[in-house]
Write a protein that binds this ligand. Structure first.
Ligand code: UDP
Ligand code: MG
Length: 225
């Protein structure tokens, strides 16, 4: 994935793309709600491109020579939100790289996972990159998410999958990220899915809800030579 050369995406006053050029669906839900799991399924059935804001930040954090590495590390450990200029720029760069690579293909469709987690990010992205089509919101109670994260922590190697960071991430989610969901809700731009059941059952509900919004799986046609 491309590194950051310079910031600036977030300060643009008009959007880089229009929703006619590219479809963006934000995927939100508390830590451990299952966003990444559901996104992987959606990628294989719908042809979405999946961009995880957290993964892009971790990649930038680990990139030798990154001037943002130390800062990102500190924010992630604390479960707080990295200043949006960095995250918006990383997302824009990743979208550009994908679109460049797939030029001439069908209209690109992105799932942007774990973003926007704060109102300023939501506003900056929609103003300067592209307005989203809607937000897929995975709704899950904290006790279920907590259990999943503790299990994930046994193998994920993530610095923030420990009890102390998990508690902080829950707080940030409720106080900082839920207002984003609430704002999109008022614009009728939230598709809510219950995320407590098994990944397969949650996925069935996801597919049904996407269909209601006019989004269908791609049907692969096998041509016999
Ligand atoms: N993060 C951020 N801005 C974003 C997305 C993520 O600052 O837009 C940071 C934040 O510190 C968060 C961490 O990255 O707690 C991990 O995010 P990720 O999406 O990987 O966590 P998940 O929701 O999958 O548990
Ligand atoms: Mg994730």
């Amino acid at each position: 994935m491309p590194a950051i050369e310079k910031l600036g995406a977030a300060t643009r006053t008009s959007s880089l793309w229009s929703p006619d050029d590219v479809t963006v669906i934000f995927v939100l839900g508390g830590p451990g709600a299952g966003k990444g799991t559901q996104c992987a399924k959606l990628v294989s059935d719908y042809g979405f491109r999946h961009l995880s804001a957290g993964d892009l930040l971790r990649e930038e954090q680990n990139r030798p020579g990154s001037e943002f590495g130390e800062m990102i590390k500190a924010y992630i450990k604390e479960g707080t939100i990295v200043p949006m200029e960095v995250t918006v720029q990383l997302l824009e760069n990743a979208m550009k790289a994908t679109m460049e690579k797939e030029k001439g293909n069908n209209k690109p469709m992105f799932l942007i996972d774990g973003f926007p987690r704060k109102l300023d990010q939501a506003h900056a992205f929609e103003r300067s990159v592209v307005p989203s089509r809607f937000t897929l919101f995975y709704d899950c109670p904290e006790n279920v998410m907590e259990e999943r994260l503790i299990n994930r922590g046994k193998t994920s190697g993530r610095a923030d999958d420990n009890m102390e960071s998990i508690r902080k991430r829950f707080r940030v989610f409720v106080e900082t990220s839920m207002p984003v969901v609430d704002e999109f809700e008022k614009q009728d731009k939230v598709v809510k899915v219950e995320a407590v059941k098994s990944p397969e059952e949650v996925y069935e509900e996801t597919k049904a809800k996407l269909k209601e919004r006019g989004i269908e799986p791609i049907h692969l046609v096998f041509v016999k030579n």
